[in-house]
Design a protein around this ligand. Structure first.
Ligand code: KG4
Ligand code: ZN
Length: 366
């Protein structure tokens, strides 16, 4: 008698990300191996404008995405036929760029007969920690990037409670705008952090928006305006000139105020989480580009220690926008056989928790 022994290899998922200014493709296996993770940043194309220009971003994705898919397959040493599915960001984000990624993914899925998995970009950030660490649901998540600033309870795949969001700017956006008014270039986060290293965080007493108020929403536009006013006042008094030290002090005082505000909001979310959930472990995950900031990370670590939480962050390459987090979310959805139809459309706005009440005073970003 012969017995068929079926060798089952782990699923391989390709992830495509093009919702902002990174064109990214990755291939990730079900058993958490990153076979390829290619990110092409458009920084040089946008920096003359001091921010991301949607039309330039979309055109650049068109120019580079197909080639990046090829490079990724080569690097992983596989063919389309080895893939189990194609996962793609279908929102939220800059709609032109999202459409480029989605059309590419749909074309591959159609031509190769592969299932399509539609991924929420925010869910990519939310689940990326599970690619590199064993983290069970639920956990608390601080998502801080250029486009988003949210506190969420990650209850499961596709299952979130949003505790707070920004009612105006995202944290990364506040860094970028502050860098612009201080003449520090783009992207602002790393430049402001560097200048702050030699600055006096106490020289300017900037507002800590919403600090001491209940809830976990964020607001940063008033802080940015306060930096502009302080800069203008200095210029007026000093013959239109800022010294290098002025810039560093402004940067340090801004960073300090923003960090204080974030810590206050996270503290409220920890209280809420402990009141409303009985998690097996107490974990705060921080993800998004702003998680690169050492000051914010070390203050979060202190806060976590005080409340018996462990602070976790994906490795930096998985914190900023990348394809691996989309591919990994693809794995999580593939396990649930959560596939999308080829009719799936790109969406600019796609909240993780559709039941969350709108933040009072919020603009489109909520
Ligand atoms: O997650 P990400 O790469 O892209 C978005 O989805 O937005 O985040 C980019 C943001 C930018 O606003 C950038 O200024 C900020 O992250 N950022 C930082 C630092 N590095 C990057 N903000 C503060 N400190 C940093 N070191
Ligand atoms: Zn992002």
């Amino acid at each position: 008698m012969t017995v068929d022994t079926e060798i089952t290899t782990p699923a391989l998922i390709m992830g495509i990300e093009s919702s902002c200014d990174e064109t990214a493709v990755a291939i990730v296996s079900e058993d958490k191996k990153i076979l390829s993770n290619r990110v092409l940043t458009q920084l040089d194309e946008h920096s003359p404008y001091g921010g991301v220009v949607p039309e330039i971003a979309a055109r650049s994705h068109i120019d580079h995405l197909s080639k990046l898919v090829e490079i990724s397959l080569d690097e992983a040493d596989i063919d389309f036929d080895d893939l189990s599915a194609i996962a793609v960001t279908s929102g939220p984000g800059l709609i032109g760029g999202v459409m480029v990624g989605l059309m590419t993914a749909k074309s591959i899925a159609f031509a190769r007969g592969l299932p399509l998995i539609s991924v929420n970009h925010l869910e990519g950030h939310a689940l990326s920690i599970r690619l590199t660490e064993e983290v069970a649901f639920p956990y608390l998540l601080l998502l801080v990037s250029g486009g988003h600033c949210q506190l969420l309870v990650v209850k499961g795949v596709g299952n979130y409670e949003r505790l707070g969001t920004t009612i105006d700017d995202a944290a990364g956006e506040a860094f970028d705008k502050t860098a612009k008014v201080l003449g520090l270039g783009y992207p602002g986060g790393p430049a402001v952090e560097k200048a702050a290293l030699t600055g006096d965080p106490k020289r300017f007493n900037f507002p800590r928006p919403l600090k001491g108020k209940p809830g976990s929403n964020f607001s940063f536009s008033g802080l940015k305006s306060a930096v502009v006013r302080a800069r203008d006042e200095l210029c007026e008094n000093q013959g239109d000139k800022l010294t290098h030290q002025d810039i560093c002090d402004l940067a340090a005082s801004f960073q300090q105020a923003l960090t204080d505000a974030i810590i206050d909001r996270v503290k409220n979310s920890i209280d809420y989480y402990l009141d409303h959930y009985t998690p097996k472990h107490h974990i705060l995950v921080v993800a998004g580009g702003v998680a690169a900031n050492s000051e914010i990370k070390s203050r979060l670590a202190v806060l976590c220690e005080k409340h018996g939480f462990t602070l976790m962050a994906p490795p930096m390459a998985l914190c900023t926008d990348n394809g691996a987090m989309i591919a990994w979310t693809g794995v999580e959805k593939w396990r649930k056989q959560d596939f999308a139809s080829l009719e799936t459309g790109a969406v600019a706005r796609w909240p993780l928790d559709p039941d969350a009440p709108p933040a009072v005073g919020a603009g489109v970003k909520a």
